[in-house]
Every structure is written in C-alpha cells, then in structure tokens.
Design a protein around this ligand. Sequence first.
Ligand SMILES: CC(C)(COP(=O)(O)OP(=O)(O)OC[C@H]1O[C@@H](n2cnc3c(N)ncnc32)[C@H](O)[C@@H]1OP(=O)(O)O)[C@@H](O)C(=O)NCCC(=O)NCCS
Length: 185
Amino acid sequence: MNLHTQRLLIRNFQNSDLEVFFNYRNDPLVAKYQSWSLPYSQEKAQAFINEMKDIHAPKQGQWLQLAVELKETGSLIGDVAFCIKDDDIRQATIGFTISSAYWNQGFATEALTVLLDYLFEDINLHRIVADCDTENIGSWKTLEKLSFRREAHFVESLLIDGVYTSEYHYGLLQREWRARNKPKE
Ligand SMILES: CC(C)(COP(=O)(O)OP(=O)(O)OC[C@H]1O[C@@H](n2cnc3c(N)ncnc32)[C@H](O)[C@@H]1OP(=O)(O)O)[C@@H](O)C(=O)NCCC(=O)NCCS
C-alpha cells in the first residue's frame, strides 16, 4: 500500500526500518504523550514490524500502521496509522508520529493529508476521529490545521504513570474534508 506526496512515501513497514523505528520509539520527546512506555524493547519493535509489514488492506478493528519515508533520502521519519471501527466500517481513528529530528517541517501535515485523502476518497469513510493529551500542542495544532473540530475536552480522564491527564477529542467528516479541498471559484 503506497501513498505519495511531493516529499513523502507512505508505505508498509519493512525489516530494514527496525533500527530507526526502535530509536524514535525510544526518544522521550516522541514517547511523552504516547501509549507505549519506555524503554521500548527491540523485541517489541521487531514484533511490531513483523505484524505491520504484511498487512496490505485495512481490516475492521485492527490498527494499520504505515511507515513515512522521506523520498529525498529514503529515510524512515515516522509513521501514520488508522483503525476502522469494529462496529462501523465508515468510521476510523487515526494516529501519527514524526521522529523529533524532523519536527516542524510540515511532515505530519503532509503525511496526514494524503492519508485523509485515501480514507475519505479511496475507501469512502464518513468520519475520522483522533484524540490527544491537552498538553500535546503539536498534536492538536496539527489536527486543527487539517480542519479537525475539537469536540470534547475530558478533564483528568486518563491515568498515565500515576497521574491523571486531560484529553481533547477531535472529529472530521468526509463532507467537511471535501469542502475544505474544493477549489475556490
Ligand atoms: C505531533 C507531531 C506529529 C507533529 O509533527 P510535525 O511534523 O512537527 O507537524 P507539522 O510540521 O506538520 O506541524 C503542524 C502544525 O502544528 C504546529 N506544531 C507542531 N509542533 C508544535 C509544537 N511543539 N508546538 C506548537 N506548535 C506545533 C506547527 O507549527 C504547524 O502549525 P502552523 O503551520 O500553523 O505553524 C510531532 O510533534 C510528534 O510526532 N510528536 C510525538 C508523537 C505524538 O505525540 N503524536 C501525536 C499523538 S496524539
């Protein structure tokens, strides 16, 4: 499964991604608001790649994580993911990570734009959601830049390492994505 942008190739993970993937998963800056805890072992990284490299089509209820490769250098710079809801084939949750060396260069926006095009246009999803820690400014700014609407603010709703953190929930509809992308007359 390949998606192209000007600078990026979104593709399945492959065995040669192991070292770079393992390194950015273990970066405290990257992991700070994410679901995995540190240290993230080499075994877990290998198991992740083994699982993801052979998934070529989305399956309801299963996360599909795709590698984000910088075309210019062939380097792995992050990943984007989606999971179609178990009980509704036209709704999905997305996730995204960019290695900290590549932050603030528009890569998350670029990778997610082509992923949203794929989800809304190629497989006709109706609604896509995402959630993030309220302190994860880069995450919610990226979502808002892509026109996601903040639909909920859950206060101290998630217990992480003994601390209650707060979350924003975001949503975006297919018709809103299309209206946003419609050429201006
Ligand atoms: C969130 C993340 C993916 C953003 O990646 P990125 O490639 O740096 O994002 P972009 O360059 O496309 O930036 C998108 C917008 O967010 C803003 N932004 C990104 N990081 C920011 C930060 N730390 N603080 C403030 N704004 C930030 C950018 O300025 C840009 O807005 P603008 O164009 O209006 O200026 C990246 O910081 C990351 O991987 N973080 C760790 C993993 C994570 O938390 N993922 C999200 C889980 S919910």
